[in-house]
Design a protein around this ligand. Sequence first.
Ligand code: UD1
Length: 417
Amino acid sequence: MDKIVIEGGTPLNGTVKMSGAKNAVLPILAATLLTQGRNIIKGVPKVRDVATMIKLLEDLGAKLESYSNEKIVIDTSKADNPEAPYDLVSTMRASCLVLGPLLARLGKARVSLPGGCAIGERPIDLHIKGLEAMGAKITLEQGYVQGKADRLKGIQFYFDTVSVTGTANLIMAAVLAEGETILENAAKEPEVVFLADILNQVGAKISGHGTDIITIQGTSSLKPIECTIFPDRIETGTFMIAAAITKGDVTIENCNPQHVEPITLKLQEAQADVEISKNKIRVKGKDIIDSVNAKTHPYPGFPTDIQAQFMALMTLAQGQSIIVETVFENRFMHVAELKRMGADISLDGHTAIIKGVKSLSGAPLMATDLRASASLVLAAVAAKGQSIISRVYHIDRGYVGIEKKLSKLGAQIRRIK
Ligand code: UD1
C-alpha cells in the first residue's frame, strides 16, 4: 500500500491548476444511464471514485469506448443489468446514484445498501422514500435495495434533511417519470445545478435548480450527454488553505471563485490575502493566522468537505477557534491524528475547540477518510520534520495527484510504495 512522505516546513509558492469536480462527474456518469447511446464527458478528474463509477457502469452493461486525456466516451445503449454489487457500492457510497436512473430506465434495480462509513451512518432513506412515493415497490433483501416500477410518476416531495445525492437521484428518476415532480428543501450545491443544466441540454425540463424548490416535467427520452466538468471546489479550497497554512503565495488556476466564497471569507478573516480574478485565485499567507470560528452547512454555507482542512489551519492560529460540524455526525476522525502532531483540540459532541499552537511536528499518520487525509497532508506540509501518511488510498479517491501538485509548489513530498 502506498504511503506519502512529507518533510514539512517549506512555504508553498507558484501556480497550480485545478482538476474537474469529482462530485460533479459522478452524478453525470450515473445520468448516462438515462440515455441510449454515446455519452462524451470531458474534464474528468483521474481519481479512484471515477474509476469505480466506470466499473459499475460497465457491470451494468455500458461500454466504455475510451478514457484518456480526461475524456470519457461511454455507450449506454445496452446497459440492461439492474444490479449494482456490494463490492463496488461498499467502496464508494455515491454508487447509490444509479438507483434512480436504473428504475427510470429498466423499471427495476438491485443496488447494494452502502452501509455506514468513517464519517457517520449516512443512510439513504430519503432516496428510497422519494422513489417509493414515485411508485417504485422497494424491498430490502440480503443487504440490497430491490426496486420495481412501471413508469415512475411525478410527485411533490419534501427532503427532511438537505441531501446532495438524494436530490440528484430524485432529479434523475423524475426526468423520465410521468408528469410533474416538485422537490422541496432540495440541495443547492453547484454539482446538483450542473446535473440539472446538463440534463436540460439533452431534453429534460428542469427548473428552479440552485434554489430549494426544483420542478421537473417528465419526458419520454433524453439524448446522450456531451459536457465538460467544471473545476473541483473542494480541491480549490484545499489548495487555498495549503497556501495559508504554509504562509506561502499560491495562484490557483482553472477554478470558480464563486463556488468557494465561504472559504475565501474565512481565510480573509484569518488574515490571509485572497485576490480573485475571473477563474483564478491567489492566496498569500501571513505570518500570523487569526483564529476564526466556522460551522458547516449545506451549500452555500461553509462546506463540510473543507472542515478538516480548515481545522488543520486553525491548529496554527493565534488564539482559540470553534468549529461546529452540522452535516455529518462523526466527522472528526482527523482530530486524533492532528493531536499526535501537537495540535491542541478538544471535542464536545459536534463541536471542536482548537487552541492554536506555535508549530506542529511531523509524525507517522493514518488517513481515515478522503477529506481527513487532505487535512493531514496540509498539517504535515506545514509541520516541522517528517510525516509518513499511510492508507493514502483514501486521498486517491478524490484528489488528482495531490503530491505532484504540492511538489510543484515546492513541498518536500513523495509517494512510496
Ligand atoms: C455529498 C458529497 C459529499 C459531501 C456531502 C455533504 C457526493 C458524491 N458526495 O454526499 O462529498 O460531504 O454531500 O455536502 O456528492 N441523509 C439522510 N438520509 C438520506 C440522505 C442523507 O439522513 O437519505 C443525511 C446524511 O446522513 C448526512 C446529511 O443528510 O448527515 C447530508 O448527506 P448528503 O447530502 O446526502 O451527502 P452525500 O450526498 O452522501
